[in-house]
Design a protein around this ligand. Structure first.
Ligand SMILES: Nc1ncnc2c1ncn2[C@@H]1O[C@H](COP(=O)(O)OP(=O)(O)OP(=O)(O)O)[C@@H](O)[C@H]1O
Ligand SMILES: [Mg+2]
Length: 372
């Protein structure tokens, strides 16, 4: 299929003082299944835009491939899904079967293409747009966070689907998903972009080893810094001793040459050691610049009184446009408890959270009916 190569890629948005990418060199094969990983804001989406020449950059992109990007922009979501897919995929009635074939692989009933796009669930919309990518083999796919709106089952279906395809970069923060799908990792680090063979787990293992090594390195730097400070102190004291000797008595002056010579030797040695230590520290600190360190997550919580509940709802029923959305729900959330809210797409998880957020902040809430 060919290769994709960036040579000395340098890019920053106009309001950024530091380049997002600084002389990055990168090469990968167009038949690979790449997982693009990196912390939020590291530049994953930007890199996909650069590949499509949507943003001007310094350096060179060498490839003869055509790229397709997910999620495609749907400008008029009130239109029939089928019409939207035809426009986006440049298809007609005689070629639309290619989309239907992909939809079956994605376990979506092809009939729903007759519904307006806006009426589909976010998970269904995701699958519709994904189905368009692989209707032909000519493009290299840039798939930006396909798992965002998918429930657990949907993610599994898409993972199985992508595993059978090749020639794509997928961005996802879901490591389980990536482990099933990719055969290479493209990692945006603090100072460069690296390519690794294997899945997310392979990369994670290598990364953990690097982190352990860095920990060791930190200890070394600390020790070297202490040594450098000690040597600098010795050097300073030797210099002081030399000056003191030069103003002593005449008899002492007889020894001046000797003391001065000795002091100079000690000082020279101490200075050399201090310089060496500083060089070693500098070299080791350079190594650190490229290592991702996650800042600890802190949550500022209002302390609760003993026995006080975070949340208590009694017989909560949500209504929307007069339609009752759930069975009466009663729950108590105590301080320190961690609760997972699970449910299939469309079950009402976000609606419940929004309703809970809209509740007045009192110590104990009893409500029989809430309107989200
Ligand atoms: N149009 C823009 N104008 C100015 N700055 C931008 C623009 N788009 C993105 N950025 C900045 O560039 C950096 C990289 O953004 P980008 O969206 O590529 O990151 P990302 O890795 O895709 O993040 P995420 O994981 O949150 O999707 C961020 O600091 C972001 O704020
Ligand atoms: Mg992004």
């Amino acid at each position: 299929m060919g290769t994709i190569q960036f040579k000395a890629l340098t890019f920053n948005y106009s309001d950024q003082t530091q380049p997002l990418f600084d002389h990055v060199t990168l090469q990968f094969d167009a038949s690979w299944k790449l997982g693009l990983i990196g912390r939020n804001g590291r530049g994953k989406t930007t890199l996909l835009k650069l590949l499509q020449h949507q943003l001007p950059f310094d350096g060179q992109l060498v490839t003869n491939l055509d790229f397709q990007y997910f999620p495609q922009t749907v400008t008029e979501p009130t239109q029939l899904t089928r019409d939207i897919l035809m426009q986006l995929g440049n298809l007609d009635n005689s070629t639309f079967w290619q989309v239907e074939r992909e939809l079956r692989l994605l376990q979506v009933a092809p009939e729903i293409v007759w519904q307006p796009f806006a009426s589909l669930s976010p998970g269904e919309q995701t699958k519709m747009l994904l189905a368009l990518l692989f209707i032909d083999d000519y493009h290299f796919q840039l798939i930006d966070e396909p798992t965002n709106h998918l429930d657990q089952e949907g993610r599994q279906v898409v993972a199985n689907y992508l595993r059978q395809k090749a020639g794509f970069i997928v961005v996802s923060h879901d490591r389980h998903f990536l482990n099933q799908v990719i055969d290479h990792v493209l990692a945006i680090n603090r100072a460069d972009i690296t390519v690794h063979q294997g899945n997310y787990q392979t990369w994670q293992t290598a990364h953990d080893q690097q982190a352990a090594y860095d920990q060791q390195l930190k200890g070394n730097i600390k020790r070297l810094t202490k040594t450098a400070q000690q040597k600098a102190q010795w050097s300073h004291e030797a210099e002081k001793g030399k000056n003191a000797a030069s103003v002593k008595t005449e008899s002492a002056n007889l020894d001046k040459g000797f003391i001065s010579h000795r002091a100079a030797k000690v000082m020279k040695r101490a200075t050399t050691i201090a310089n060496r230590a500083e060089e070693a520290i500098e070299a080791k600190q350079q190594l650190f610049k490229n290592v991702e360190i996650a800042a600890p997550l802190t949550i500022n919580q209002r302390p609760l009184k003993p026995g006080q509940n975070v949340l208590s709802v009694d017989e909560l029923v949500l209504q929307q446009d007069g339609v009752i959305l759930n069975q009466p729900l009663s729950l108590t959330l105590e301080a320190g408890q961690q609760v997972a809210l699970t449910g299939i797409n469309g079950a009402g998880k976000s609606t419940l959270i929004k309703a809970l957020l809209a509740l007045p902040a009192t110590d104990h809430i009893t409500s029989s009916s809430l309107h989200p």
